[in-house]
Design a protein around this ligand. Structure first.
Ligand code: KIV
Length: 281
C-alpha cells in the first residue's frame, strides 16, 4: 500500500468509480493505526466516542474538548485515511458563528482533514458558512443520534413517502450547500438508492443498504467491543470482548496460582553485583 493521504477530492471522485468507499470510526492511537494500515479510506472520530469509549448513555453529553482530545490522537497516527472530526451536539446548532469557530478548531487544534455534522436543510446555511471558511463538511441525515429523542428514538427514518421525500430534499440541500459527501443512517435501502442516484456527491450508508457509494460502521460494534446493544445493521467481524475477557481471566488465574511471572519475564543480575547486594543486608 502506498503512503498518500486521502483527500476530500479523492472521496468525491470515487462517486461512480465502481469502488465502494470504506469508512470506520477510530478514537485513539491503536485503533487508528490498525484501520489505517488495513487501508480504510476514511476514519471518523465520531461522537459515538461518548457511548463506546466514554460510557455516556448517548452522544448528547460529548463536549468539544473531549472530541478534540481524541481527534488529536487519531490525526497524529493516521498516514493514509481521510480523518473526519465529528461536531458534537451544542457545537454547531446554536449559531452559525459558533459552528464556524468550532469547525476551525477541529482543523487547527485537532488537525482533522474535515468535519461532519448532523442535520438536513435546516443546517444548509451553517454548512455553507463552514465550507466558505475553508473546512470541508460531510453531512449526516436519516437517523441522527444527537436528535434521536426528537425523532422518537433510534428508529429507521424515511419509511413513508412523505418522509422519504423530505430526506431527498435534505440531501439535495446539503449537496447545494457544499458538502463533499453525506452519511445516510437507518434509511430503507430503496430510499438510500434513490438519494444516491440523485446526488453528484458520494453517499456513505450505515443501515442504508447496498446501493450507497460507501459504507460506515462504528468499529467497536463491528469487532464486538461494545456490549450494550448491537444494531440490526451491524455485521460483527470479530468478538474482541470475548478474547480480552478470556485473556484477563487467564492472567488473574496465573498470578493467583504463581504461574506468572515466569523466569523468562524476570530480570537477572550479574553474580558479582548480587553478592555485593547480599552484603548490604
Ligand atoms: O458518531 C458516529 O460514529 C457516527 C457514525 C455512526 C456515522 O456518526
Amino acid at each position: 500500500m502506498g503512503n498518500s493521504k486521502t483527500s476530500v477530492v479523492d472521496i468525491k471522485n470515487r462517486k461512480n468509480s465502481g469502488k465502494a468507499i470504506t469508512m470506520l470510526t477510530a478514537y485513539d492511537y491503536p485503533w487508528a493505526l490498525l484501520a489505517d494500515r488495513a487501508g480504510v479510506d476514511i476514519l471518523l472520530v465520531g461522537d459515538s466516542l461518548g457511548m463506546v469509549v466514554l460510557g455516556y448513555p448517548d452522544t448528547v453529553s460529548v463536549t468539544m474538548e473531549e472530541m478534540l482530545h481524541h481527534i488529536k490522537a487519531v490525526s497524529r497516527t493516521v498516514k493514509n485515511a481521510l480523518v473526519i472530526g465529528d461536531m458534537p451536539f451544542g457545537s454547531y446548532n446554536t449559531s452559525i458563528e459558533k459552528a464556524v469557530e468550532n469547525a476551525n478548531r477541529m482543523m487547527k487544534e485537532g488537525r482533522a482533514d474535515c468535519i461532519k455534522l448532523e442535520g438536513g436543510k435546516t443546517m444548509a446555511k451553517t454548512v455553507e458558512a463552514i465550507v466558505k471558511s475553508g473546512t470541508p463538511v460531510q453531512g449526516h441525515i436519516g437517523l441522527t443520534p444527537q436528535t434521536a429523542s426528537a425523532l422518537g428514538g433510534f428508529k429507521v427514518q424515511g419509511k413513508s413517502a412523505r418522509a422519504a421525500k423530505a430526506l431527498l430534499k435534505d440531501a439535495k440541500a446539503l449537496e447545494d450547500a457544499g458538502c463533499f459527501s453525506i452519511v445516510l443512517e437507518a434509511i430503507p435501502a430503496p430510499i438510500a438508492e434513490k438519494i444516491t442516484q440523485s446526488l453528484s456527491i458520494p453517499t456513505i450508508g450505515i443501515g442504508a443498504g447496498i446501493h450507497c457509494d460507501g459504507q460506515v460502521l462504528v468499529t467497536h460494534d463491528m469487532v464486538g467491543l461494545f456490549d450494550r446493544f448491537v444494531p440490526k445493521f451491524v455485521k460483527q467481524y470479530a468478538n474482541i470482548s470475548e478474547t480480552v475477557s478470556a485473556a484477563i481471566a487467564e492472567y488473574i488465574e496465573d498470578v493467583q496460582k504463581g504461574n506468572f511471572p515466569e523466569e523468562k519475564h524476570s530480570f537477572i543480575m550479574d553474580s558479582e553485583e548480587m553478592e555485593k547486594i547480599q552484603q548490604l543486608y
